[in-house]
Structures are given as structure tokens and as C-alpha cells.
Design a protein around this ligand. Structure first.
Ligand code: G3P
Ligand code: CA
Length: 230
């Protein structure tokens, strides 16, 4: 049976329509009235968190080399494919302004502490609630650092390897959400995880058959490049 309440997350904004992780891509996702938006963050050389997927600049910009070795000023002077700019995490927060959940994926190393500082600032000073955030990562050390820094921030364990392993890690850091790749999911392991108290948000689901199958499994959320198709 389909679950009418499946939450829809735009992946890297609305990656299927505009250059990923840009303000314009996120605006596009917002125009679809998504429940949430997923972005990736790295720490740059001058200490700010920038919204960017790859560890290197080469695929998505006119620059080259590691994102983490560039200052914010240098990154802002680059052009993202299509004529866009690399945003900071604060640029994205100010745009979304509580209109939907923000799923911050800690992609780069040493991103946890700064992310916690910024989340806390937006909760204390800009009217956001902790429930407006999900902080996810494949990197156990980053998730552990979030858990040690602020136990109010919702954590999601990302996995493309094993639902069981994701749950085992989630138990150690009191995460209540898992983010498995859709290829790992069955009707039974979704139900098992949910019966254990976990929310299951799956990625990156773009084609009609997989969308229907994930909905039929009753996942809590679907992260998609084409969130309007969910
Ligand atoms: O957060 C879900 C998904 O974005 C994880 O994989 O490579 O697209 O960041 P990736
Ligand atoms: Ca991601």
C-alpha cells in the first residue's frame, strides 16, 4: 500500500533541473513545495562551510583542485557550471528561512563542529527549531562529533552498504533516522527499522518504478533529484 505521507526531499536542491547545490537549484526545489532539501558541505581553507558535493572543483566549476584548500573568497570567484556561485551554508539557511527541513550532509572532514555552531545560531537567533534540521553523513567520526557537541540535533546515518550496520551505528550515537541507498531496501528491512523506532529516508530515487516501490515499502522520506515527480 502506498504511504500518502512520504516526505519529499530535493537532492542537492533540485539537481535534475539546475546545477546541484546552488541557490538557484534550492529555489527550484522550494518552488515544488518540498518537505526538505538535502545539501552537502565542506569546510574551506578560510574556515567557512561551503555547499558543494565533490571534494574537488573540477567537475562542477571552472576551477581545479580541492575545495578544502581554497578560501571562501577564491571559491566565490569561481563559476559553477551554468553561471552560478558556490553558496555558504548560511546563504542556504537564509534562503530557506524555515520553509522546509534542511538535511545537511557532512561530506568533507572536520565539518561537524562548525555545522553544530551554525545550527545552534539559527535555532537561538533566527527562529529555527532543531526539528527543522537533519545532519547526515557517511563519516562516522563526523556524526560522533555532532552527537558529542549537541544532542538536540537530529542525526541521520547514511549508508550505501548495509541497513543493519547503519542501525548499529545509529544506536551508539542515539540517531533516530537512517538514510540508506534505495538498493539496500526491502519491504521487510524498512518495517524492521521502523519497528525499532527509526525513520527511513532513502536516496537517490528518480525513476517512476523505484518511486512507486519505495512508497509501497512505506519509507518515511524520499530524496530525489526530481522532487516534483515524487
Ligand atoms: O544524502 C543522500 C545522498 O546525497 C548521498 O550521496 O553522493 O549524492 O552525496 P551523495
Ligand atoms: Ca549528498
Amino acid at each position: 500500500m502506498q504511504n500518502a505521507s512520504t516526505r519529499v526531499f530535493g537532492h542537492r536542491g533540485a539537481k535534475g533541473y539546475l546545477a546541484e547545490n546552488t541557490i538557484e537549484s534550492i529555489e527550484k526545489a522550494l518552488s515544488f513545495n518540498v518537505d526538505g532539501i538535502e545539501i552537502d558541505v565542506h569546510l574551506c581553507a578560510s574556515g567557512e562551510l561551503v555547499v558543494f558535493h565533490d571534494f574537488t572543483l573540477d567537475r562542477m566549476t571552472n576551477g581545479t583542485g580541492e575545495v578544502g584548500k581554497q578560501t571562501l573568497e577564491a571559491l566565490k570567484n569561481l563559476t559553477v557550471n551554468g553561471g552560478f556561485q558556490v553558496p555558504t551554508l548560511e546563504d542556504v539557511l537564509n534562503l530557506i528561512d524555515k520553509k522546509c527541513i534542511l538535511n545537511i550532509e557532512l561530506k568533507g572532514k572536520n565539518t561537524a563542529i562548525k555545522t553544530c555552531e551554525i545550527v545552534d545560531d539559527y535555532v537561538r537567533n533566527h527562529g529555527w527549531k532543531y526539528a527543522d534540521f537533519i545532519v547526515s553523513s557517511f563519516q562516522h567520526t563526523e556524526l560522533e562529533a555532532v552527537f558529542q557537541t549537541n544532542k538536540n540535533i537530529p542525526i541521520a546515518v547514511l549508508t550505501k552498504a548495509s541497513v543493519t550496520e547503519a542501525i548499529e551505528l545509529a544506536e551508539t550515537i542515539e540517531a533516530k533516522i537512517i538514510h540508506p541507498n534505495y538498493a539496500l531496501l526491502t519491504r521487510d528491512n524498512v518495517k524492521l527499522a521502523q519497528n525499532m523506532g527509526y525513520m527511513v529516508n532513502t536516496w537517490t530515487v528518480n525513476d517512476a518504478d523505484t518511486i512507486l516501490r519505495m512508497k509501497s515499502y512505506g519509507v518515511n522520506g524520499i530524496i530525489s533529484d526530481v522532487p516534483d515527480k515524487i
